[in-house]
Design a protein around this ligand. Structure first.
Ligand code: G6P
Ligand code: MG
Length: 217
């Protein structure tokens, strides 16, 4: 029986994946680097400096550590401008009913986000209280695709990994879930999340019949 759901944040519970893209796109344009939505898929779930490195690789640019830190800071400032305008209306449809169903079924919930801004986004959405545990990205040494963040959540919840379902929109995140020995529920397109056990287009597709099926895995 499944006893816990561990959720990614950006692109799963709200559309911040789009905000990350817009902020990186602006930076890439400034650097004269072509950066498409397809390129952005590789950045999903990857931490800030890792994402910057991927963009610089695309543009075959080599910069000093100081320059990179400045650019990462600049991207974050742009990202925070978009987050500032967020409200509970930005929560994806179906998230609140899903958490009600999970609570009613006695299933524990955690957040596993690689974002250093996760706590702020949760506040903007007014959902910090939905989670039994929130993985603090500052505690995590190895980012996704390493399983550390998912294993940290499972341990904090007191649930064995094989009794957890991880929910992710990013290939790196799905890899992390599978490496943690959990069931991976992908959000997005099956061709982009080939390692996932099941892919649904959005959290809203996780209706009661599907949830009942997943809980008895
Ligand atoms: C999540 C997003 C990534 C983002 C990372 C770090 O994993 O999917 O796109 O780069 O968080 O976010 P941060 O807010 O710390 O820059
Ligand atoms: Mg994500």
């Amino acid at each position: 029986m499944i006893q816990a759901f561990i959720f990614d944040l950006d692109g799963v519970l709200t559309d911040t994946a789009e905000y990350h893209f817009l902020a990186w796109k602006q930076l890439a344009t400034q650097l004269g680097i072509e950066f498409s939505r397809a390129d952005n898929e590789l950045l999903k779930g990857v931490d800030r400096m890792g994402s910057l490195e991927l963009i610089l690789q695309l543009g075959q640019k080599q910069l000093s550590v100081d320059e990179k830190l400045k650019l990462a800071e600049q991207k974050n400032t742009e990202y925070l401008k978009l987050v500032e305008r967020m409200s509970p209306a930005d929560l994806f449809p179906g998230v609140l009913p899903l958490f009600s169903s999970l609570k009613a079924a006695g299933v524990k919930t955690a957040l596993a986000s690689a974002s250093k801004n996760a706590a702020l986004v949760l506040q903007k959405l007014c959902i910090p209280a939905l989670f039994d545990y929130v993985a603090d990205s500052n505690l995590i040494k190895n980012g996704k695709p390493d399983p550390e963040i998912f294993l940290t959540c499972a341990q904090a919840l007191g649930v064995a990994p094989e009794r957890c379902i991880g929910v992710e929109d990013a290939p790196a995140g799905v890899t992390a879930i599978k490496a943690a020995g959990m069931y991976a529920l992908g959000i997005g397109e099956p061709h982009a999340l080939t390692q996932a056990d099941l892919v649904i287009p959005a959290v809203s597709a996780l209706d009661q019949p599907l949830l009942t099926k997943l809980l008895t895995l």
